[in-house]
Write a protein of this length. Sequence first.
Length: 87
Amino acid sequence: MRCIAAIVAHACLRPDHLWRDLGLSGRDDVTAMLERYFPTLVIRNTASLRWKKFLARELALARGTEPGPAPGCPGCEDFGYCFPHGH
């Protein structure tokens, strides 16, 4: 489980969709992987946020800081979709 967490965390640093950064076929594959290894995390994504955005938000909230994009998000083609007000 720690190995998977490290791989996902590292992928969040990359500037693309998390599923692409992980070499998967789509968002559903990320969901399936997270359901297998981190089911309680998946349950908390009640707003169905994209995983990279959700994970960055969860980390910020755990640290008591303002949620924002993951480090790789600004380079993503959909940055404006996920963060329409800049950031």
